[in-house]
Design a protein around this ligand. Structure first.
Ligand code: ATP
Ligand code: MG
Length: 243
């Protein structure tokens, strides 16, 4: 008696009919200090996992061993004395490694990536606040990010005072490089993120971060549902996947 056939015959035509795995979704969270990015990244990841999606949570600066080493230097403030252009270069160096080692492999494997801060933070902190020439910021972004742009960026918006007060309540160790800046810096930062959102409304959604955590999570969920449905259409999944 023949053993039970557990694998179909593999022929060139069956290989050709296997749909190419869809790239995972790439979601970033941005906003000022204490806006709730880390809290909400985690909540969103948990919720997406309940739908069977594979989700990788990551963060910037950092997200790969070499980039985490650069994070320590960047947030310690040691690089600040070199000026915002040098800071932007180091953030970009960390981003190159993070994308190569963590983000792109995950997306290519169909994993949804949720990243706590990404390239918009460099635009806002070093570009707008640090007065680094926009052309330089954009050039670095082209080199580091290339075509791996987020499908959705959630910009958590709230008054600078509220975010700083939350960050201060949460703090256990030393104040970091950017928390140490004054209130006018953090107000300008808020405006910079809102400007980014206004300039790229397809990619960015502004979420009111000044409400209870559950309400923020719900607003984020609506934005994710909307955007990911639109992205699914863009990928035009083959019938075998949409059935
Ligand atoms: N909607 C909310 N209302 C009140 N407190 C909140 C809310 N969301 C988060 N928090 C609290 O505020 C603090 C900062 O939140 P979180 O660490 O998520 O912010 P963050 O944007 O990641 O900050 P940072 O920029 O410093 O990394 C935490 O103690 C968190 O529990
Ligand atoms: Mg955080």
């Amino acid at each position: 008696m023949c053993p039970e056939k557990i694998m179909p015959d593999v022929t060139p035509s069956t290989i050709a009919s296997v749909p190419t795995p869809r790239r995972g979704f790439f979601i970033t969270l941005e906003g000022g200090e204490g806006a709730g990015k880390s809290t909400q990244s985690h909540r969103l990841a948990q919720r997406l996992r309940t739908f069977g999606l594979h989700v990788q949570e990551t963060r910037e600066p950092g997200g790969s061993p070499r980039a985490e080493a650069l994070r320590k230097v960047l947030l310690s403030g040691q690089v600040a004395s070199l000026g915002p252009a040098a800071e932007a270069l180091l953030f970009s160096a960390a981003r190159i490694d993070h994308l190569d080692q963590t983000i792109r492999p995950a997306l290519a494997g169909g994993v949804t990536v949720i990243c706590d801060r990404f390239a918009d933070s460099t635009r806002a902190y070093q570009g707008t606040l640090g007065n680094v020439d926009t052309r330089l910021i954009r050039a670095m972004e082209r080199v580091a990010v290339g075509t791996t742009t987020p499908d959705l960026t959630l910009i958590l918006d709230l008054p600078a005072e509220t975010g700083l007060a939350r960050a201060a309540r949460r703090r256990t160790g030393a104040i970091d490089r950017f928390e140490a800046e004054d209130l006018s810096f953090h107000r300008a930062l808020r405006n910079s993120f809102l400007d980014i959102a206004a300039a790229e409304p397809r990619r960015c959604r502004v979420i009111d971060g000044d409400q209870p955590q559950d309400d923020v999570a719900e607003a984020i969920w609506h934005a994710v549902e909307d955007r990911l449905l639109a992205v699914e259409h863009r990928y035009a999944l083959p019938p075998a996947h949409t059935a």
